[in-house]
Design a protein around this ligand. Structure first.
Ligand code: HEC
Ligand code: HEC
Ligand code: HEC
Length: 464
C-alpha cells in the first residue's frame, strides 16, 4: 500500500521533471538514418547461415516483425551492432549492441533478463532503458515468442565485439531512475490478452500491431511527457489516430472523418506493407525503413490479419465508410479540375498553374498518376490528411519509395524547395487538396515556411 503510494509520489516528481523539457522520449529522430531525400539503404539483416532450428527461424521472423534491426544498426555497420544515434529533445540516445557478444552485446543475458529488457525496459545490470526502445509495446509479446526471439539473438546473430559509445544525456535525464516514474505512467505490463468476441485473425492483427510492430509508436499522438496517449484500441479513439514523427505526419491507421488507409481494400493494405506501394499510393519518410526492414518480410497471412484489425478501428456499424480512394480515382477524369487543366483554362489560378508546370507530368491532369509509379493524388489519404506536414515536406524535399523484394525500384519524387516559394507550395497544395474530389483544406505559406525551416539542418548535411 505505502509502497504503491511512494511510487505514485515518485512517479509524479519524476513526471514533473520530465515535463520541464516537454517533449517525447520515444519520438527519437534517427540522427543518421537515411533521410527520405537520399536513397534509402536497405539494412543487411541477413545473419550468417540459415538454420534448421524452427524456433530460431521463428525468432528471426519475429525480430523482423519488431524491426529490431532498424534501430540497432548503425549505417554501414554489421546488423544489430548498435551505435545508431537517435536525436531526442533530451539529447542523443545511442542504440546498444544486441548481438550475442558477451562483453559488447547481450551474450551475458539470461532469457529472463532478455524478457525483462524487452517488456519492462530494464537492462541486465538493472539500469532503466529510455523508451526510445519501444518496450511499452514489446510488453505485449507472449512467452513463446519471447523465447524464440531469445534463441534467435543467442544463436542466429553474428556477434559484434565492438561496444557503441554510451548514451550520455545531460542532467537530469542522465538519471535513468526517472524512468520509474515514466513507467508508472505509461508502461502497461502484461502480455496481449485476446478478445474472445473477435476472430482469430483480428486478434493476430491486434497482437502484431500493438506488440512487436509497435505501429502506435509513430502513428499515435503522444502526451507532453512523451508517452503514447493510447496503447490499444481499448484506450479509445486516439489510438493510431495520426502523429508527427521525425518531421513526417504518420497518417491515421483507422477510420476517421477523412479518407484513410482503413478504406483501402485488404489487398491494397497487404500490398502496401509488402512492396511499399499500391496502384494509387506509395510509402515515404519514416515508413520506408518500416516497409524495407520489417513488414515486407511478414507473411501474407499476418499482413492480412494486420489489415483486418486496422480496418475495424473506428468503423461505425451500419454507417458507410467515406468514399474510397478507388472510387475517387475512377471519377477523377471527369472532374471539372481535370477538364480545366486539360483545356488550359486555369489562367489566374496560381495553384493550378504551379501544378501544370511542376506536377502534371507525373501526377496527371486528372490526379490519377500512374500505376505503382506515380501515386494518384485524387482521394489520397496523404493529400487529404488533417495535418499537411508530410505533403509540404514531400514537395520541398522530395522522397524515395522503399526498395523491396517484390518492388525493387525505389522511384523518387524530385524536390521542389529550391525552385518554388513558400507561397507557390502553399497554393499548389491548396489546389491539390481541393481538386478531384479532395477535401483537405488550404495550406498557408506560414505552414510551408515552418517546415522549410525544420529541414535546414538536413539540407546542410546533404551538401557535399
Ligand atoms: C525504435 C527503436 C528501437 C527498436 C525498434 C528496438 N530497439 Fe532495442 N533499444 C533501442 C535503444 C535506443 C536502446 C538503448 C536504450 C538505452 O540505452 O536506454 C535499446 C536497448 C535494447 C536492449 C538492452 C540492451 C542493453 O544491454 O543495453 C535490448 C535487449 C534490446 N534493445 C532489444 C531489442 C529487440 C530484441 C528489438 C526487436 C524486437 C528491439 N530492441 C527493437 C531502440 C530500439
Ligand atoms: C518526376 C515525377 C514527379 C513529379 C514531377 C512530382 N511528383 Fe509527386 N510523387 C512522385 C513519386 C515517385 C512519388 C512517390 C514518392 C515516395 O513514395 O517516396 C510522389 C509522391 C507524391 C505525393 C504523396 C502521395 C503518396 O501516396 O505517397 C504527393 C502528395 C505528391 N507527390 C505531390 C506532388 C506535387 C504537388 C508535385 C508538384 C509540385 C509533384 N508531386 C511532382 C513523382 C513526382
Ligand atoms: C518509425 C515510425 C513508423 C512506424 C513504427 C510505423 N509507421 Fe506507418 N507510417 C509512418 C509514416 C511517417 C507514414 C507516412 C508516410 C507514408 O504515407 O508513407 C506512415 C504511413 C503508413 C501507411 C500509409 C497510410 C496512408 O494513408 O497512406 C500505412 C498503411 C502504415 N504506415 C502502416 C503501418 C503499420 C501497420 C505499422 C506497424 C506494423 C507502421 N505503419 C509502423 C511511420 C511509421
Amino acid at each position: 500500500m505505502s509502497a504503491r503510494r511512494a511510487s505514485r509520489v515518485y512517479g509524479g516528481a519524476a513526471a514533473a521533471v520530465v515535463l520541464l523539457c516537454a517533449g517525447a522520449w520515444a519520438v527519437a529522430q534517427k540522427a543518421d538514418a537515411p533521410s527520405a531525400a537520399s536513397a534509402p539503404a536497405a539494412v543487411n539483416a541477413t545473419p550468417p547461415a540459415a538454420s534448421t532450428d524452427p524456433v530460431l527461424e521463428h525468432g528471426r521472423y519475429l525480430a523482423r516483425a519488431g524491426d529490431c534491426v532498424s534501430c540497432h544498426t548503425a549505417p554501414g555497420k554489421p546488423a544489430f551492432g548498435g551505435g545508431l544515434p537517435m536525436k531526442t529533445p533530451f539529447g542523443t540516445i545511442v542504440s546498444t549492441n544486441i548481438t550475442p557478444d558477451p562483453e559488447a552485446g547481450i551474450g551475458g543475458y539470461t532469457e529472463a533478463e532478455f524478457a525483462r529488457a524487452l517488456r519492462e525496459g530494464i537492462a541486465k545490470d538493472g539500469h532503466h532503458l529510455y523508451p526510445a526502445m519501444p518496450y511499452p509495446s514489446f510488453a505485449r509479446v507472449n512467452d513463446e515468442d519471447m523465447h524464440a526471439l531469445f534463441i534467435f539473438f543467442r544463436n542466429g546473430v553474428q556477434p559484434v565485439a565492438q561496444k557503441p559509445p554510451a548514451t550520455d544525456l545531460p542532467w537530469p535525464f542522465s538519471m535513468r531512475g526517472l524512468m520509474v516514474g515514466w513507467n508508472w505512467l505509461y508502461l502497461d505490463k502484461g502480455v496481449y490478452q485476446g478478445e474472445t468476441a473477435r476472430s482469430a485473425e483480428w486478434n493476430r492483427g491486434a497482437y502484431l500491431v500493438q506488440g512487436l510492430g509497435h505501429c502506435g509508436d509513430c502513428h499515435t499522438p503522444r502526451s507532453m511527457l512523451g508517452g503514447v496517449k493510447a496503447a490499444s484500441d481499448r484506450k479509445g479513439e486516439v489510438f493510431l489516430s495520426g502523429a508527427v514523427i521525425d518531421g513526417w505526419y504518420a497518417q491515421p491507421l483507422r477510420h476517421t472523418d477523412r479518407p484513410t488507409m482503413a478504406q483501402w481494400s485488404s489487398e491494397d493494405i497487404v500490398q502496401y506493407l509488402q512492396t511499399g506501394r499500391t496502384g494509387h499510393t506509395a510509402a515515404f519518410g519514416a515508413m520506408v525503413d518500416v516497409v524495407q526492414n520489417s513488414t515486407q518480410h511478414l507473411s501474407t497471412q499476418d499482413l492480412q490479419a494486420v489489415a483486418s484489425y486496422l480496418q475495424s478501428l473506428g468503423a461505425k456499424a451500419g454507417e458507410p465508410a467515406g468514399p474510397s480512394q478507388a472510387s475517387l480515382v475512377a471519377a477523377a477524369p471527369q472532374h471539372p479540375t481535370a477538364l480545366a487543366l486539360r483545356n488550359g483554362t486555369v489562367e489566374g489560378n496560381s495553384g493550378a498553374m504551379v501544378y501544370l508546370n511542376n506536377c502534371n507530368a507525373c501526377h496527371r491532369s486528372d490526379g490519377t498518376g500512374a500505376n505503382k509509379t506515380f501515386p494518384a493524388l485524387a482521394g489520397n489519404s496523404v493529400v487529404n490528411a488533417k495535418d499537411p506536414t508530410s505533403l509540404i515536406r514531400l514537395v520541398l524535399a522530395g522522397a524515395t519509395m522503399p526498395s523491396t523484394a517484390k518492388a525493387p525500384s525505389p522511384i523518387t519524387m524530385p524536390d521542389f524547395g529550391w525552385r518554388l516559394t513558400d507561397a507557390d507550395v502553399a497554393s499548389v497544395l491548396s489546389f491539390a487538396r481541393s481538386s478531384w474530389g479532395n477535401q483537405g483544406g488550404a495550406v498557408t505559406a506560414a505552414e510551408v515556411a515552418k517546415v522549410r525551416d525544420s529541414l535546414k539542418p538536413v539540407a546542410t548535411a546533404k551538401a557535399p
